[in-house]
Design a protein around this ligand. Structure first.
Ligand SMILES: Nc1ncnc2c1ncn2[C@@H]1O[C@H](COP(=O)(O)OP(=O)(O)OP(=O)(O)O)[C@@H](O)[C@H]1O
Ligand SMILES: [Mg+2]
Length: 460
């Protein structure tokens, strides 16, 4: 158990007073997952964290940040009192960042943030170590928490920054103060609170406001908003601008990509050299993200060639494109479990992966894409054409929004539509066959995980 924060350091960072000395080895905001030695931060979430302070201390929390003393532990010397615990966590994150010796990479973009962050973690873990959050953790809570957990001596950190509304990225970017900022791509995702895609591009560009002097930004040369992002970078006087993509003008250029097994192989031009590397993750979009990773690795001074080799064994996580064999009587089908997340660009990317699959039939089982605001119905309908282009044989849909896609499909492609994922299960049961490759995808809120569980148990 190594020391992360002393009580004195915490008190100084948050402007509070620590009645008794302690040493924290981690930071927790949830008493259920708290580890012995953690500092517990009592936040007001769905439930008030102050109700769990006593529990946290019983479970071995080193101390707690509170805005009032919970009755069961009133006067406990392990409590550090502040006015606002979220502001205190943010201050602790700022202090964590300020003392760190890490080269810090921040990742934003409409899709691919978590995947890119995970790839950075994977390759940089083999070049001295990399701190990154376990989950998406990309908002006004997750980002400070990730920084508060940053060990002072780890050589790299990869931090995701997301947004739902205008104005959210800039303060988080300043908090992170990255040496390198990546914008994976700009698409009409999380669009609910934005007038148009240009406004989204401007919001993503705000990540550059946090980049430290002499730092770099990594931009997607193929994205239609590239010129807009570039002009933001120039206006901010950013020292280094690195571009990636298939465009011949890209600094790190994808020359060729093809499916190989469950993953792919990319040929790219990197720093004047042609390289070829394997990706364990499927899809051209994964190769695009990989180029952004290599650009950022290079910009931090680490070795991008070694990183390219190390991508070969970064398999997709559950819910993020993982392949699972499904027992089917005497035969087998293949499930592509992409149930964690969905948006129009990521649906298209997943269809492209399905199109490349070797299968007797290609089947898509799709749930609603959320957070699309007024465009939701049109965006669902518009996927019909993409499904046809990907030569999908059969499409099953669930949820009210997916009904619009279902109705737009040619009759021959219509599997079934149901109100929700649970109601779709019996309809799927009779329709699937051995030899099928089955993509399951939808927003987390459409609970497509239910279908994955069902298929993973075996059919027939
Ligand atoms: N460059 C890309 N183009 C299209 N789709 C992508 C791209 N990168 C990742 N995806 C797909 O987008 C989905 C979400 O990926 P990921 O979780 O990495 O994104 P995110 O930006 O972190 O999302 P969130 O905003 O929910 O945090 C996955 O299905 C993934 O396969
Ligand atoms: Mg994410």
């Amino acid at each position: 158990m190594s020391a992360l924060w002393t009580s004195a350091e915490i008190a100084e960072a948050v402007g509070g007073r620590a009645p008794a000395p302690f040493v924290a080895s981690g930071v927790s905001i949830d008493s259920r997952t708290l580890a012995r030695g953690d500092l517990f931060v009592a936040l007001k979430g769905v439930r008030d964290g102050h109700d769990f302070v006593a529990d946290a201390l019983r479970k071995g929390a080193a101390g707690a940040l509170v805005s009032r003393d919970p009755p069961e532990v009133a006067g406990d010397p392990r409590l550090i009192r502040v006015e606002d615990t979220l502001a205190a966590l943010t201050a602790l994150g700022r202090a964590g960042r300020a003392r760190a010796r890490a080269m810090v990479i921040a990742v934003t973009g409409s899709v691919g943030k978590t995947g890119t962050k995970e790839a950075l973690r994977h390759v940089l873990a083999r070049q001295g170590g990399c701190h990154a959050a376990a989950a998406s953790h990309n908002n006004a809570l997750g980002v400070p928490l990730t920084l508060a957990r940053l060990p002072h001596d780890v050589p790299h950190a990869a931090i995701e920054i997301g947004m739902n509304r205008p104005g959210e990225i800039a303060p988080l970017a300043r908090l992170v103060s990255p040496h390198v900022a990546i914008i994976t791509t700009v698409e009409a995702v999380h669009i609910q609170f934005f007038p148009d895609e240009e406004a989204i591009a401007d919001e993503k560009a705000a990540i550059m406001q946090g980049v430290v002097a002499g730092g770099a930004v990594v931009l997607n040369r193929d994205n239609r908003h590239f010129p807009r992002l570039l002009s933001h970078a120039r206006q901010l006087g950013l020292a280094r601008i690195l571009t990636f993509g298939t465009d011949p003008r890209a600094d790190i250029r994808l020359l060729d990509w093809r499916t190989e097994g469950f993953g792919g192989r990319a040929r790219a031009r990197l720093l004047g050299q042609e390289i070829s590397f394997r990706l364990a993750a499927p899809g051209r979009h994964a190769a695009q993200n990989a180029l952004a990773v290599l650009a950022a690795v290079f910009a931090t001074g680490a070795d991008p060639f070694r990183a390219a080799e190390d991508l070969a064994d970064l398999a997709p996580a559950p819910g993020r494109g993982q392949r699972v064999a499904v027992r089917f009587g005497d035969g087998e089908a293949v499930l592509i479990d992409d149930s964690y997340n969905a948006s129009p660009p990521s649906m298209r990317a997943a269809f492209a992966v399905l199109a490349e699959a070797l299968a007797s039939r290609r089947v898509a089982v799709l749930g609603d894409m959320l957070e699309l605001g007024e465009r939701a119905e049109d965006e669902h309908r518009a996927l019909a054409q993409a499904a046809v282009q990907a030569r999908i044989d059969l499409v099953f849909c669930c949820g009210p929004l997916m009904h619009h896609l279902y109705e737009a499909l040619p009759m021959r492609m219509r599997g079934a539509h149901a109100a929700d994922s649970e109601a779709l299960l019996p309809l799927l049961h009779g329709a699937l066959q051995p030899g099928d490759v089955i993509l399951v995808k939808g927003s987390l809120g459409s609970r497509m995980g239910r279908i994955v569980e069902f298929l993973a148990r075996g059919v027939g």
